[in-house]
Write a protein that binds this ligand. Structure first.
Ligand code: PLP
Length: 340
């Protein structure tokens, strides 16, 4: 089976398994796990923030960030198709009593400064007040697109001019930086907090980082405990996490593979392929006369796993467990499966 469903399917390689086996550990709830402490230092440095906290999932990282930045009853400005809106079970409402005001971020999935100014709500006797702006880079649902630092800066500035903090869902922010050939800090410098996943393209089995100011991270640790994410000898996971941070440059290979896949797919009848910017390839399958789910089923029968993101779009994701040959094989299988 060639698995193109997600970059989360990567399995820890020998180096990571060795890092888990040999990690020095302690009770991290007491702050005594040296491997976690070192990973948090490196994670903070990598994204240019004062501090960082290791969290079990990206979702928890985003949810903690919203909880720390806001007061109950406030509004969060978030893009309509963003992960925090679509795929986190309305966690902002459930965990933090927040109301989401959704903005349409257009093709690039980023609200304009004008939209942010217009949708900003000043707190008064009737109105709840805007407590947070959430951005996403790369933007997952828009097809893994890499948002330029200038666009993040413009949106963040519009929020900050109104004293609204900015959180970046940077699950794949390293993919964005590699694709745009900029240091990741060119993106993260403009936001107050950033979550990035170690367990996607970077290949760790588990874990994400949430980074920001010392004060933010201190409060985030309390909220992580509140949400049940205080972990003990978790150096076992932080060891592979440290290796993951060394894999950033390898993301360029995933991006090359995505382009190869997209080129091949665009030669297949009935497929309309969005030009990939990172490791995600979105394919409109309307021309096949099949719904996306039916295409996914047919490809699965041909030993290629993909995913449907809506009734007409199939998503393929490249990752570090795939080689060039796998992409070529996948293309042959897809062509045959759709011709049949
Ligand atoms: C995967 C992802 C998350 C959540 O990460 P989990 O570790 O799966 O909880 C958040 N935001 C984006 C954009 C993602 O792609």
């Amino acid at each position: 089976m060639i698995d193109l469903r997600s970059d989360t399917v990567t399995k820890p390689d020998e180096r990571m398994r060795e890092a888990a086996r040999t990690a020095a550990v302690g009770d991290d709830v007491y702050g005594e796990d040296p491997t976690v402490n070192d990973l948090e230092r490196r994670g903070a440095d990598a994204v240019g923030k004062e501090a960082a906290v290791f969290v079990p999932t990206g979702t928890m990282g985003n949810q903690i960030a919203a909880h720390v930045h806001t007061d109950p009853g406030q509004e969060v400005l978030a893009e309509r198709e963003s992960h925090v809106v679509r795929y986190e079970l309305a966690g902002f409402a459930q965990h933090s009593s927040l109301q989401v005001r959704m903005l349409d971020g257009g093709d690039r999935g980023v609200p304009t400064p004008d939209q942010i100014s217009t949708e900003y709500v000043e707190e008064d006797l009737h109105r709840p007040g805007t407590g947070l702006l959430c951005l996403e880079n790369t933007h997952n649902a828009k097809g893994g697109i890499a948002i330029a630092p200038e666009q993040i800066e413009a949106a963040a500035e519009a929020a900050r001019n109104r004293d609204v903090p900015v959180h970046l869902d940077g699950a794949r922010v390293f993919n964005a930086a590699v694709a745009l050939d900029v240091p990741v800090t060119a993106i993260t410098d403009h936001v107050d907090s950033v979550m990035c996943c170690l367990s996607k393209g970077l290949g760790a089995p588990v874990g994400s980082m949430l980074a920001g100011s010392e004060e933010f991270v201190e409060r985030a640790r309390r909220v992580r405990k509140l949400f049940g994410g205080g972990m003990r000898q978790v150096g076992i996971l932080a060891g592979p996490g440290r290796r993951a941070l060394e894999n950033v440059d390898d993301l360029a290979t995933d991006h090359d593979h995505a382009r190869l896949l997209a080129d091949g797919l665009s030669d297949i009848d009935g497929l309309e392929v969005q030009e990939p910017e990172t490791n995600i390839v979105c394919v409109d399958v309307t021309g096949t006369g099949l719904e996306a789910e039916a295409v996914v089923d047919r490809l699965e029968a041909a030993d290629v796993n993909t995913g449907a993101i809506d009734s007409r779009t199939v998503r393929c994701c490249t990752h570090r467990d795939l080689e060039r040959g796998d992409i070529e094989t996948a293309l042959e299988r897809i062509e045959t499966a759709l011709a049949g």
